[in-house]
Design a protein around this ligand. Structure first.
Ligand SMILES: C[S@@+](CC[C@H](N)C(=O)[O-])C[C@H]1O[C@@H](n2cnc3c(N)ncnc32)[C@H](O)[C@@H]1O
Length: 282
C-alpha cells in the first residue's frame, strides 16, 4: 500500500533537528553505505577547487562527509540534529578522521561560510522544504563554477527493493495510513516536481547524472534495525507499539523469506547541478 502523503506544500518543517531523534545509532550501524563510485565522482569534482571546502549538508551520521574526508577532502558537515552530529563525530574519531568541521545548522539557516566548491546532500534533499529555497540559499555560498550534488540510494520513480511492500503493510498495520516523523509529529510532504525539475528551475540547472548498481545483502536483523533508523519508524515514533511492530515485521519477513537473508541489486544515483555559465568552463 502507498502511504498517504500530505499534498504539495511549501512550509518548512517546524523542527528539522527533531525529525531523526532516536535514530542515530541505528542509522550509523544499519544503513547501506554509498557505492565508492559516487564518492569518487564527488572527490574528482571537488579536486578542481584546491583550497575550497566541500559542504556536506544534512550530513546525519556523516556517511558522505567521512568518506570524502578519508579521500583527502577539506569538509564542513552540517546537520540540524545534535544527536546525529554526536554519532558522526564518534564514527569519525573511530576511523581516525580529523579533517571534518562538524557544525549545527540546516538549509533554513546555514552556518557562516562561503568558500565552498561542492555541496553534497545524501538522501536528504526531500527534507529541505521548499527545495527551491535550499538551492537559492546554496547559490549564495557556492563559488561561480561550483556545484551541488545529490547522492541517493534510491531515486523517486525507480524500482524499490522487493521487500518494500511487506514493510509498507506492517507500517500501515501499526502506524495507520499517515506516517509522522520525530517526537513533534512532522508529516512528510510531497512537493510538486521531481528533484531534477527543482534543479532545472534553480541556479544549478546544468545537470550531470550517474546511476550505479550496488548489491544490498542484509540479514533479517539488519533489515529490522534499519527500520529504526527511519524518521517515520524510529523508536520514539513507535513508542509502546515497538514490540508489536517488531514482532509483526520479523514474522512477515520470515514468512516471505525463511532463509532470513535478503539480497538484491539496487541502483544508487548522483545528480550534480552546475550553473549554466560554468558549462564547458573546464
Ligand atoms: C536520511 S538522513 C541523511 C544523512 C546523510 N546525509 C546520509 O546520507 O547518510 C537526513 C538528514 O537530514 C537532516 N535534515 C532534516 N532536515 C534538514 C534541513 N532542512 N536541512 C539540513 N538537514 C536536514 C536530518 O537531521 C538527517 O540527519
Amino acid at each position: 500500500m502507498q502511504h498517504e502523503r500530505v499534498a504539495a506544500g511549501s512550509a518548512p518543517y517546524r523542527a528539522p533537528g527533531d525529525v531523526f531523534t532516536g535514530t542515530a545509532r541505528y542509522y550509523a550501524d544499519f544503513r547501506p553505505v554509498y557505492p565508492a563510485e559516487l564518492i569518487d565522482v564527488c572527490v574528482q569534482f571537488a579536486s578542481a577547487f584546491p583550497g575550497r571546502r566541500v559542504l556536506d549538508l544534512a550530513t546525519g551520521t556523516g556517511a558522505v562527509a567521512i568518506a570524502l574526508a578519508e579521500r583527502g577532502g577539506d569538509v564542513v558537515a552540517v546537520d540540524p540534529s545534535s544527536e546525529m552530529l554526536d554519532e558522526a563525530r564518534r564514527s569519525a574519531a573511530e576511523r581516525g578522521v580529523t579533517n571534518v568541521d562538524w557544525q549545527e545548522g540546516s538549509s533554513y539557516g546555514l552556518p557562516d561560510f562561503d568558500d565552498v566548491g561542492l555541496v553534497t546532500i545524501g538522501d536528504a534533499f526531500h527534507w529541505m522544504i521548499p527545495r527551491s529555497d535550499a538551492l537559492a540559499a546554496l547559490d549564495q555560498r557556492v563559488v561561480p563554477d561550483g556545484a551541488v550534488a545529490l547522492l541517493s540510494h534510491r531515486w523517486p520513480g525507480h524500482p524499490k527493493p522487493s521487500w518494500d511492500p511487506f514493510l509498507n503493510r506492517v507500517r500501515a498495520r501499526h502506524l495507520g495510513p499517515t506516517l509522522t516523523a520525530g517526537p513533534t509529529g512532522e508529516v512528510s510532504r510531497d512537493e510538486v516536481g521531481t528533484q531534477e525539475d527543482v534543479f532545472r528551475n534553480s541556479a544549478f540547472s546544468h545537470l550531470t547524472k550517474m546511476t550505479t548498481d550496488y548489491t544490498l545483502n542484509v540479514t533479517l536483523d539488519q533489515l529490522v534495525n534499519w527500520q529504526f533508523s527511519q524518521a517515520q519508524t524510529s523508536i520514539p515514533v513507535l513508542g509502546e507499539r515497538r514490540g508489536a511492530f517488531e514482532a509483526d515485521l520479523r514474522a512477515t519477513l520470515r514468512a516471505w523469506e525463511p532463509s532470513e537473508r535478503f539480497e538484491e541489486i539496487s541502483q544508487a544515483h548522483l545528480l550534480l547541478g552546475r550553473r549554466p555559465s560554468a558549462r564547458g568552463g573546464r
